[in-house]
Design a protein around this ligand. Sequence first.
Ligand code: KET
Length: 454
Amino acid sequence: MASSMLSLGSTSLLPREINKDKLKLGTSNSKPFLKAKSFSRVTMTVAVKPSRFEGITMAPPDPILGVSEAFKADNNEMKLNLGVGAYRTEELQPYVLNVVKKAENLMLERGDNKEYLPIEGLAAFNKATAELLFGAGHPVIKEQRVATIQGLSGTGSLRLAAALIERYFPGAKVVISSPTWGNHKNIFNDAKVPWSEYRYYDPKTIGLDFEGMIADIKEAPEGSFILLHGCAHNPTGIDPTPEQWVKIADVIQEKNHIPFFDVAYQGFASGSLDEDAASVRLFAERGMEFFVAQSYSKNLGLYAERIGAINVVCSSADAATRVKSQLKRIARPMYSNPPVHGARIVANVVGDATMFSEWKAEMEMMAGRIKTVRQELYDSLVSKDKSGKDWSFILKQIGMFSFTGLNKAQQSDNMTDKWHVYMTKDGRISLAGLSLAKCEYLADAIIDSYHNVS
Ligand code: KET
């Protein structure tokens, strides 16, 4: 039986409770857990009762968020956190958008209250979020064919959709790209939705395996859900071309599949909200029924506010009303209703022409900074690496990340252990966490890990 020293100070037990326990120590049959050593200093050895939680094993750290925990524990001054996809300034500090501060000030001035939101979230947010996605005045909106409810950011919105699939499409498979954002698999596993993968990344070309992707989507059982990254594919940074999107839509339609978009980076890929929604709008124009999960973590920097939405595009307003009612029914016992703060920020920013254009300018600035460090990293790699290796794939990738090809565990371990560069084990680095000043250092780390570790 495990034992430990328990020091009972005035903060842990009230004097009355100490006396009560003093009398019982070592005497109770039903609770044979305490053995007194000394009462003068109220210090004693305690034999701990076996826990009911003995069968619970230690969970592994999260492959993405766990990297930030390891980074915090490192004291080396050269350390760089390129794990999580979170935007940093050139000084590597978190960034709160000016337009967000403005919207928050407005909320204070107005004296907005903290009443519960309806289960489906803030109406002004739901309207704004669907309009950002499809474009204001789009037929799917005018015809009230979109069921939109506010979710707990991208993750929570995906989870609601997964629960709807599990409930109303039993046995249907979600087919996800290989590779994909690590949490997709967890989300569908926890919702008890079966999933399989379609080919996406070709390590030989460090590009898209388009033939493989199309073949696998064709092969999926009719009526499968095909998970697609709307833009800035995570982790590869490789998106289909507009022509390829058309072919993807064709084969999905042919096979009667249901597209399921994850849009976590609208505006962050190209710097333009409209351009980054082109894939989603292509499917909407074809009159298809599909899902879209949205997140405002990255494009408005609202990571911790947990603000996003799930949209289900239906072929009739009646179907949309029914779907929405069931999404609410799923949300109510899960978390009751969503938080208001982030929803108000989005609604205020999108609902005010001046703030909306300020947001777009700030988003372009963030996307622009990432493009600049991408170029600088490429230039540093090319000037330092004398092996003749072609690093141009770094420039072809878009969005927050670069998929370096350092995909062996020993290589990412070398990046972290020797160079204090924190990244995910699949070889992904977040360029949003990189400064111009650190590009040369990172290039040295990558070249060393690439050539000297196998
Ligand atoms: N989808 C994708 C593709 C994605 O990369 C993320 C977050 C999300 C959804 C969900 O984000 P949310 O904050 O729930 O709206 N990705 C970054 C953070 C994370 O892993 O949670 C990342 O990949 O670093």
